[in-house]
Design a protein around this ligand. Structure first.
Ligand code: IPD
Ligand code: CA
Ligand code: CA
Length: 288
């Protein structure tokens, strides 16, 4: 599909990845310390169980301040409301706490997700690893505070965990695959996802719902999950994770309008397995 060419950028993606990693780690250390002092729900969003804590808000403010200090002319899109158009062509897409329900309950699977993206209308949506609103991550980081794991990647540079290269699993057999997924917050979406999971579970080794899409995608990148699917994610959930998984060798499949109408479906995994999973998930959605 023809589209707008990517603007020429005078920026080193490895520098952006370094900055993303530094900020994700420092903010992650801070929210972990806040968690130890206790946590309360500050507000709810799409449903009574879709919560925001004070830490989500403070973490987003700290990330924005950190990026602005280093790169004052960049733009932002953050889950908790940061929304600014910059002048450099770089927009930072951030999820200050991805896995807020885990954070609230004291479960370990939550992460700070930071991605530097550029506008890219040259390829439609997730099929190419772009966000479904027309951006492409060129650098990013996900930090998991409880395990002190920092995943980073920049385009063409491979994916790193603590500076050491990681790679996706070599599994090709869907029947042996450990598959991650997630469920949205609204009743309608959750009901649809439960029906799909009912079809998928008999075809795979087992299903994991860890509660953080960015962590799931890092588990794909490091071969600790074989494949992953979820429908209805927002760009901040997956912008950094998709880049990290792709740079570790994952194929990213599924796009708006490809097999499903409406909100996009994201599938990630080693190429052969990802395609098999896409066929199964598409069949499960078709079966209703
Ligand atoms: C959620 C997590 C979860 C996924 C949901 C997301 P949040 O993000 O990534 O794993 O299943 O779709 O909304 O609300 O914890 O930032
Ligand atoms: Ca999220
Ligand atoms: Ca969040």
């Amino acid at each position: 599909m023809p589209g707008a060419p990517t603007p020429a950028l005078h920026v080193d993606p490895s520098e952006l990845a370094r900055l993303a990693g530094e900020l994700a780690r420092s903010v992650g250390v801070r929210i972990r310390a806040m968690r130890e002092q206790g946590v309360d729900v500050a507000a709810t969003k799409s449903s009574l169980t879709d919560v925001v804590t004070a830490a989500d808000r403070e973490a987003e403010e700290l990330l924005v301040a950190g990026i602005l200090a280093a790169r004052p002319d960049d733009g932002f899109l953050g889950e908790e409301g940061a929304d600014l158009t910059g002048t450099t062509g770089i927009t930072w897409v951030i999820d200050p706490i991805d896995g807020t329900t885990n954070y609230l309950y004291g479960l370990p699977a939550y992460g700070v997700s930071v991605a530097a993206t550029v506008a890219d209308g040259s390829a439609a949506g997730l099929q190419s690893g772009n966000t479904h609103d027309g951006r492409r991550a060129i650098a990013g980081a996900v930090y998991i505070p409880v395990t002190d794991e920092l995943f980073t990647a920049f385009e063409g540079g491979g994916a790193m965990l603590g500076g050491v290269a990681v790679a996706v699993s070599t599994e090709e057999d869907l029947g042996l695959a450990l598959v991650g997924t997630g469920f949205g917050y609204t009743l309608e979406r959750r009901t649809e996802q439960a029906n799909v999971a009912r079809h998928i579970i008999p075809q795979i080794r087992d299903l994991r719902r860890m509660g953080s899409a960015s962590v799931d995608l890092c588990m794909i990148a490091s071969g600790r999950l074989d494949a992953y699917y979820e429908r209805g994610l927002q760009p901040w959930d997956y912008a950094a994770g998709v880049l990290i998984a792709r740079e570790a060798g994952a194929e990213i499949l599924g796009r708006d309008g490809d097999t499903l109408p409406g909100e996009p479906l994201l599938i990630a995994g080693p190429p052969t397995l990802a395609r098999k999973l896409r066929d199964s998930v598409a069949a499960a959605y078709a079966a209703g």
